[in-house]
Design a binder for this molecule. Structure first.
Ligand code: K1U
Ligand code: ZN
Length: 188
């Protein structure tokens, strides 16, 4: 498995609409494994293909809660929603920038699994939020798009300040992040 570089705000791939997967090949299964490894090293609860520079409609999710197993969604569609709640979100592609986003509290998502088999998942609360965040990535949308004008402006200002000394649109996971991730695994 390998760690993938993460694209950050400013990289055009984050704004692209992804392409549906026709066949889940071994090459795509390798990509999925690498995405899981990258998500864990970056300490995220989800990761979508555009964040690693890919245009396939694929995202991986692990909210690390008891009873919630990691899973991949391929060609996901939200087929039902219920309720709304506002909560703070961040994004591995806009590190250290946060904002409150209204999302459905319940979603039903239909997708393909890593063997290309269709499944449906009913998700609540954080898992529902994470699914919506990742599916947004697959449509070129970012959480900052939902912020009001002033909050969005403040978020972008913070982002510009943070990246003043590094304008690159791709970030590599640092050895420090990898070490922290391994250390946490050993503790568990
Ligand atoms: O796609 C990404 O950028 C990953 C992102 C997904 C996310 C889902 C739901 C709410 C916010 C963000 C993250 O993993 S951000 C970091 C994170 O680990 C986290 C976020 C919320 C609660 C717990 C952890
Ligand atoms: Zn994100």
């Amino acid at each position: 498995m390998s760690l993938l570089d993460i694209h950050v705000l400013g990289s055009p791939v984050l704004r692209q609409v992804t392409t549906p997967v026709e066949t889940v090949t071994d090459e795509l299964r390798q990509l999925i494994d690498d995405m899981f490894e990258t998500m864990y090293a970056a300490e995220g609860i989800g990761l979508a293909a555009p964040q690693v520079g890919r245009t396939e409609r694929i995202a991986v999710i692990d909210i690390r809660e008891e009873g919630a197993d990691p899973f991949v969604i391929i060609n996901p569609e939200i087929i039902e929603t219920e309720g709304t709640a506002r909560a703070e979100e961040g994004c591995l592609s806009i590190p250290d920038v946060y904002g409150d986003v209204d999302r459905a509290t319940l979603v039903v998502v239909r997708a393909l699994d890593r063997d290309g088999k269709p499944f449906e998942i009913e998700a609540h609360d954080l898992l529902a939020r994470c699914l919506q965040h990742e599916i947004d990535h697959l449509h070129g949308r970012l959480f900052i798009d939902y912020l009001g004008l002033l909050k969005r402006r403040a978020a972008l200002k913070k982002w510009e300040k943070l990246r003043k000394d590094d304008q690159s649109v791709i970030r590599s996971i640092t050895p420090k992040e990898v070490a922290r991730h391994h250390h946490r695994d050993e503790e568990l």
